[in-house]
Write a protein that binds this ligand. Structure first.
Ligand SMILES: Cc1cc2nc3c(=O)[nH]c(=O)nc-3n(C[C@H](O)[C@H](O)[C@H](O)COP(=O)(O)OP(=O)(O)OC[C@H]3O[C@@H](n4cnc5c(N)ncnc54)[C@H](O)[C@@H]3O)c2cc1C
Length: 555
């Protein structure tokens, strides 16, 4: 087979990779860009149904779009193993996610910028970048554009997101209950305040927005997309990345294969912890002990309490003919399933008296200082009123997600065979401080559920609010939230645990970068698709500046 040559090669056409490839190709210099994606084109419609986004990833239709990895939760969770969903095909995990859109994390982004010594990662820069990425539409419950106070969006990025301007009765009930227990209720989840809000979703005109729909439609002829092209290794020649397998790059190779597969590709290429490479008989090209380490996530615990049905307005009651709705949506992207799936509220909160929790003394001074900052959150709540799975009752479901967790997991190779999935060890709650924060977070949620709006108060399966009972419930029920990150961490060159610098270059290799959620050096308090888009955008900007791709060429 003939070898081919491009200016840039992007590996992984997922959330970040779609941005990188599209932005590079659409510059004035029109460089040749090859995007290699392991999965298919994902050109069907099913995965774009807004009304089914909360259940799509578990459906049979989703199987070709989902790697369905397995993950070990770690010793603290009694070695439980769970499915870890990851998107496959153009658009990557944005094709199977739920679509919630938020990025309100000033404490974390400013910490990120300080840790890596580059203000391009700061909160101020993030807010600017988001104006290039998102296009906010203010809509009613039918998804029809309503504007906000007569204004339409002033942002014109390719990712359309819809923010409700009026709320269903169940959402109002949750917000009222929050006020009763003195939880701040904030108008916009992405503007840097702590408190509960009704978030936007990446949905518009009856369709979910994916990275492929936003960035990979109307491809310019200098962007070549090859699907069903799983990359095993990077070709290295005396410390310079030359390409992948039969494709060669004059400029850079950018790996965007996600938190689990990016470290796998690096390790299969001989870039990683020497002892792990030796275990699998892989010759060491570049010893980098941080590859596959530092795996971080937002562990999530769901709590359910039955809600007094008489008090629930009709939109919270079970019922409806889903198959008729589905037929209608497939026909014209209209009907109940076309709506913004927005019966959720979410918000980020601090737990009080952190310094009295056990595990606090084991934190270093910098971490203590960081956690004490006013906007560093410890817990996210996602609250919704829904029918329970039996469809017999209506329940308030509160998901408690741990923010800024201290525990870290790892991604290992199973073998040197590229066909083997990575071995994922999450190590949830391994640090004693995390368990204590989770216990306090559950207690705070109990206080909320006992507010006047939800008089029943106790959560199914949770015997009491004692430490032991919450611990027991947590060990049995803690779940993944699919926000895995950090396995090729960004940092300064002196940081031995870092794999890439702030310009996303892999240390010790020329012309090789990583741009996906694996580079996060801190755990942002938000749902992570926005961060994946952000990383793609910053990576593209840095490459465009470095190679002057936006300057008009004279020759
Ligand atoms: C079920 C679920 C629900 C979620 N809900 C939300 C939500 O509501 N809101 C939110 O903000 N976030 C949500 N997320 C998380 C969010 O979608 C992800 O964090 C984000 O999309 C990850 O982006 P990425 O670019 O790092 O990786 P991905 O989007 O996963 O991209 C990686 C790409 O690389 C490809 N690839 C992998 N290996 C290779 C290889 N060897 N060769 C070539 N290509 C390769 C993959 O096929 C994939 O296309 C959810 C995730 C899941 C699974």
């Amino acid at each position: 087979m003939a070898k081919s040559q491009f200016d840039f090669i992007v590996v992984g056409g997922g959330t970040s990779g779609s941005v990188v490839a599209s932005r590079l190709a659409r510059t004035r210099a029109q460089p040749s860009v090859l995007l290699l994606e392991a999965g298919g084109a994902n050109s069907g419609l099913t995965h774009r149904c807004p009304g089914e986004s909360s259940s799509f990833y578990t459906s049979d239709e989703a199987a070709p779009l989902n790697y369905r990895y397995r993950a070990d939760l770690g010793d603290r969770l009694k070695g439980r193993e769970l499915q870890y969903d990851r998107g496959r095909g153009l658009g990557g995990t944005s094709c199977i996610n739920i679509g919630l859109w938020d990025y309100g994390s000033p404490a974390e982004m400013d910490e990120w910028a300080a840790l890596v010594g580059d203000q391009d990662w700061s909160w101020a820069a993030t807010q600017e970048r988001m104006q290039k990425i998102e296009n906010v539409h203010y809509v009613d419950e039918n998804g029809d554009e309503r504007g906000l106070n007569g204004q339409t969006s002033k942002r014109f990025g390719p990712v359309d997101v819809s923010q409700l301007v009026s709320y269903a009765p169940t959402l109002k009930m949750i917000l009222e209950a929050a006020k009763e227990v003195n939880w701040p209720v904030i108008p916009d989840i992405s503007h840097g305040a702590l408190g509960l809000s009704v978030p936007p979703f990446a949905v518009y005109k009856g369709l979910r927005i994916t990275a492929a729909s936003a960035y990979l439609s109307d491809l310019p002829c200098n962007l070549i997309v090859k699907v069903e092209s799983m990359v095993a290794r990077i070709i290295l020649d005396e410390g310079i990345a030359k390409g992948v397998e039969l494709d060669f790059a004059f400029k850079d190779v950018i790996i965007c294969a996600g938190t689990f597969d990016t470290p796998k590709i690096l390790m299969l290429s001989g870039i990683g912890p020497p002892e792990e490479l030796a275990e699998h008989g892989i010759p060491v090209q570049v010893p980098l002990s941080g590859v596959g380490q530092n795996l971080a996530d937002h562990p999530s615990l769901r709590l359910y309490t039955r809600v007094n049905v008489d008090a629930i307005p009709s939109d919270g009651k079970p019922g409806g003919d889903v198959s008729t709705w589905r037929d209608q949506w497939l026909k014209d992207q209209k009907g109940p399933l076309a709506m913004v799936p927005n019966k959720f509220t979410n918000g980020y909160f601090k737990i009080g008296n952190l310094e009295h929790l056990s595990g606090w003394k084991q934190l270093n001074d910098h971490t203590k200082d960081y956690l004490m900052r006013p906007l560093t959150s410890n817990i996210e709540y996602v609250a919704t009123i829904i029918p329970d799975p039996s469809l017999l009752h209506t329940v308030l479901r509160i998901s408690v997600l741990l923010m800024n967790a201290q525990s870290r997991g790892k991604v290992h190779l199973k073998s040197s065979d590229q066909a083997e999935p990575p071995r994922i060890l999450l190590n949830y709650l391994q640090h004693p401080f995390d368990l204590q924060v989770m216990i306090q977070g559950v207690r705070k949620a109990m206080g909320f559920a006992q507010s006047a709006g939800f008089a029943h108060g106790s959560f199914d399966g949770l015997k009491s609010g004692s430490d032991d009972d919450i611990m027991d419930y947590t060990q049995k029920n803690l779940q993944v939230s699919w926000h895995a990150m950090g396995t090729t961490k960004m940092g300064k060159p002196a940081d031995e645990t870092a794999v890439v610098g702030p310009d996303l270059r892999v240390f010790g290799v020329q012309k090789l970068r990583v741009a996906d959620l694996s580079v996060c050096p801190v755990i942002p308090s938000n749902h992570t698709q926005s961060t994946a888009y952000l990383i793609g955008e910053v990576a593209a900007e840095k490459l465009i500046a470095e190679y002057s791709l936006d300057l008009l060429t004279t020759g």
